[in-house]
Design a protein around this ligand. Sequence first.
Ligand code: NI
Length: 175
Amino acid sequence: MTIRSIIQPDNGILRKKAIRVQSFDHKFQTLVDDMVETLLDAPGVGLAAPQIAVSQRLIVVRLQDDEESVKEFGDLAGKLFVVANPEIIKKSKELVEGVEGCLSIPGYIGLVDRHESIVITGQDRKGKALRIKANGWLARVFQHEIDHLDGRLYIDIAKKVWQPRDEEEDEVEME
Ligand code: NI
């Protein structure tokens, strides 16, 4: 496994619409492993393939497994989600405001409205169909990552973007 470098908006790949994953072959498995390793190393809560300059519809998401996360997310804490070709098939009307940061935009965070709950479909790393219902913070992370697949960044839709102080930055997980 290899830690890949995370690109920033000066690289045009981050602004491209990524193509669907067609083949779940050996090369794809390596890509998934590298994405996971890169995410954990960053560290971050979510990563989309375009962030490592691979224009494919693939995201990985991992919630922390500390005490606080277990309290909030139960069984989902520490769980790793690998989703190819994710699609939001349902979203709540209700929007919630929250603070986000992006691994591709270091040194900044922003205030973003997201749907409170969503249902996504997609495929796991073997190509098997999957369906995930997500609320709250997890729903936010999925929306942020899926936006990356369409070349959209949180700064495009944020109500406010700012440079956090150190303590404030520590509180925001990067996606
Ligand atoms: Ni991001």
